[in-house]
Design a protein around this ligand. Sequence first.
Ligand SMILES: Cc1cc2nc3c(=O)[nH]c(=O)nc-3n(C[C@H](O)[C@H](O)[C@H](O)COP(=O)(O)O)c2cc1C
Length: 223
Amino acid sequence: MGLRRSDLEAHPIIQFQRWFEQATGARAGGRLRKFFIGVYKSIFMLGGGPPVDVNAMTLATSDNHGRPSARVVLLKGVDERGFIFFTNYESRKAQELTENPQAALVFYWPDLERQVCVAGQVSRLAREESEAYFITRPRGSRLAAWASKQSETVRDRAALEEKWKQLEKQYPGQEVPMPPYWGGYVLSPDRIEFWQGRANRLHDRFRYTKNPDKSWQIERLSP
Ligand SMILES: Cc1cc2nc3c(=O)[nH]c(=O)nc-3n(C[C@H](O)[C@H](O)[C@H](O)COP(=O)(O)O)c2cc1C
């Protein structure tokens, strides 16, 4: 399956949404889709294969000496502002984003032989928007956000579990507020590349680059 210039949307976010929907199989729609997801899951359980996180993306950041670091986070939204993810604002990635707000993302969807590479500037979401997402998370995940000083050393596993148990008692009901050091980021892209694998390594690559007038230039790149 190739990628032609005439297949591309004028706006890279719309193009991304199309590819993302294809990666999640959302196009199959409604009941039929649920049925196929059920079949797919049971095949995976039988085969013991890994669950597929199509919204998993590698986030690369760097400190103010230009030293890079990368890790996987989950895409939790994409809109006209860009790509949204949530994390701990005191983590290593957050400290690096404070030093240098330029970051990159990579998605890889092996079933479709597709890769999407994104680069741009990252900014924090408003607290209310992060809270609106936080309350949708399972209680255990909300407690974990309090229990974990993300990216810091911890004495041992028992210390982590003890903290979690204390928090469970402290917040017995469903009410677990969002920690002040937790929230979302949006990466606003200025460059997005769509990569489609092809035979003989003659892959198709198209790069969208944002112009000063905010329109997008599209160019084919050599594989
Ligand atoms: C599939 C997957 C999804 C993850 N999603 C997130 C996420 O959405 N937010 C997050 O903070 N960490 C997530 N993590 C953990 C990060 O990879 C990382 O360990 C953590 O954020 C600390 O990174 P840092 O020390 O570089 O800041 C995820 C890990 C995996 C493997």
